[in-house]
Design a protein around this ligand. Structure first.
Ligand code: LFR
Length: 484
């Protein structure tokens, strides 16, 4: 029999892909079958995702998998976290999901903290305070017209999985980003749901990575050519959970930077850290695959670069990302840095202007040319990566002797070198597709093709990988640069 094909549907905020993977001679071979763009658009007064359009792209990708491989053993889905769709009693989507960068959550955190103090909330859910966490979005949602008809909420990968299978479940790693789970038990906190006026069964029952959700519907089978017995298997449906599975670490003494639209910087733990110091440093305890804890911080990401490029193009400039990155790399070190976590960078908009304003507020000389802006973004990201790794180590007591950078940002040699220099730690970069690899590894284990714990899965993913190593040199930015 041919090697079973595992399909990873991996959708990020700016692009999505359907990947096919096989385990050949103990090595995971991954192939991109279909890629498509994604982005939030303003519609009916909000910034929304076109989830129905994304589902169509998923079907196109699945049909392409069937064309190439004749079928698939299973399908796993991951997307970004926190966002959800609301369904009515008949299971119909009420509206395309509002995107987390929408401004409807402005001021909501304050209203929630009036009911549940931030300290108590952290003691329960262990989450970093981000304005767009699901529970804040749900509170904003309650004053919107559709709320009265809302019967079910499904997180986005769960919604896509429901459209594939007809089954409604809530995958637990992504559920951990809603703010409604207890960080210790990883179950919905009934008291919290009640205090927020949310029905206890708003979310479907939890499912864990590796468990089978169901098989594809007759309609999906007909549209794609998939066998109706094709299974949809729960994976780390929060993309960052899959990315952490996909970190090609040798042992557990590592920190990671999952570098994409966001940068997720932290360590993997067995138990959450729910101390006051951890809360004050705004660290999150998200749920990982196999009950591990993703102890990390959301740090600004390539979003700053993506929005800058978009702005320049909108203004009629011809810019090429690779050329700009090369120009930025040869600019002198020691330029201005900004706080990439500033909430002013969350909404779409003119990022170069916002960056210049941030420099102005800090009394620093503002970057002028596009290459200078790009250099400022990279220097600022590296400063934030190094600082966050150091904090994660200090707050958790974890042992770390290497930083793995995975995702799109791992291709950026300057960013990796700066991170090594500033952290004083060796940086290993790659793979770009860590998220898809983590997704398929969990499916392959569920099928018995791979076995063991996350260390075993990572060992399988490492086979044949060509990682680049960056050794720390003398620090070139950061110290004395207005950021500590
Ligand atoms: C990364 C990510 C982050 C999450 C952010 C918003 O793609 O999933 O982990 O905080 O997107 O959902």
């Amino acid at each position: 029999a041919p090697d079973p094909v595992f399909v990873a549907v991996d959708i990020g905020a700016s692009s999505g892909r359907v990947m096919a993977a096989r385990v050949v001679d103990g090595r995971v071979v991954l192939e991109a079958v279909h890629r498509f763009d994604n982005g939030a658009v303003r519609r009916d007064g909000h910034l929304r995702w076109d989830l129905s359009g994304l589902f169509e792209q998923v079907l196109v990708g699945l049909a392409a998998v069937v064309e190439r491989h004749g079928g698939a053993a299973s399908i796993g889905i991951d997307t970004w976290a926190v966002d959800y769709g609301l369904l009515d009693a008949d299971g119909r989507l009420l509206a395309e999901p509002v995107a987390y960068r929408d401004d409807r959550t402005h001021g909501v955190a304050g209203r929630i903290h009036a009911r549940i103090p931030a300290e108590r909330l952290y003691a329960i859910n262990g989450l970093q305070e981000l304005p767009f966490t699901t529970l804040y979005q749900l509170l904003a949602e309650q004053s919107e017209p559709g709320w009265a008809q809302a019967r079910h909420a499904l997180l986005l990968p769960d919604l896509l999985a429901c459209w594939l299978t007809g089954e409604r479940r809530t995958e637990v790693t992504n559920a951990s980003t809603t703010g409604l789970l207890d960080a210790r038990t990883r179950t919905f906190d009934a008291g919290l749901l009640g205090a927020l006026g949310l029905p206890a069964d708003l979310f479907a029952p939890l499912i864990r990575p590796g468990e089978t959700l169901g098989t594809v519907t007759a309609e999906v089978a007909a549209r794609t050519g998939l066998d109706p017995a094709t299974r949809v298997v729960a994976v780390g449906s929060h993309d960052t959970a899959s990315a952490v599975v996909g970190v090609p670490a040798q042992d557990r003494a590592f920190a990671y930077v999952s570098s994409g639209t966001w940068s997720l910087v932290g360590v993997e733990l067995d138990e959450p850290v729910l101390t006051e110091e951890s809360r004050a440093a705004n660290f999150t305890n998200e749920g990982g695959v196999d009950g591990r804890v993703r102890y990390l911080r959301n740090v600004g990401g390539l979003w700053l670069l993506q929005e800058s490029l978009r702005t320049w193009r909108e203004q009629g400039h011809e810019v090429d990302a690779d050329v700009l990155l090369a120009e930025a790399a040869v600019l002198p070190a020691g330029g201005p840095v900004v706080d990439v976590d500033d909430e002013r960078f969350i909404a779409p908009g003119d990022m170069p202007a916002r960056i210049r304003q941030a420099c102005g507020r800090a009394g620093r000389e503002a970057p002028g040319t596009p290459a200078e802006v790009v250099r400022c973004i990279l220097d600022s990201l590296a400063v934030a990566y190094a600082r966050t790794v150091a904090q994660a180590v200090e707050l958790s007591g974890a042992e770390v002797d290497v930083v793995h950078v995975v995702g799109g940002g791992s291709q950026n040699a300057l960013l990796c070198q700066l991170t090594a220099d500033l952290s004083g730690l060796e940086v290993r970069s790659g793979p770009v597709e860590a998220t898809a690899l983590g997704n398929v590894a969990v499916q392959a284990r569920a099928a018995g093709v791979l076995t063991g714990d996350l260390e075993d899965l990572r060992a399988a993913l490492r086979v044949g990988l060509d990682l680049r190593t960056f050794t720390p040199h003398r620090s070139t930015v950061g110290v004395g640069n207005g950021q500590t």
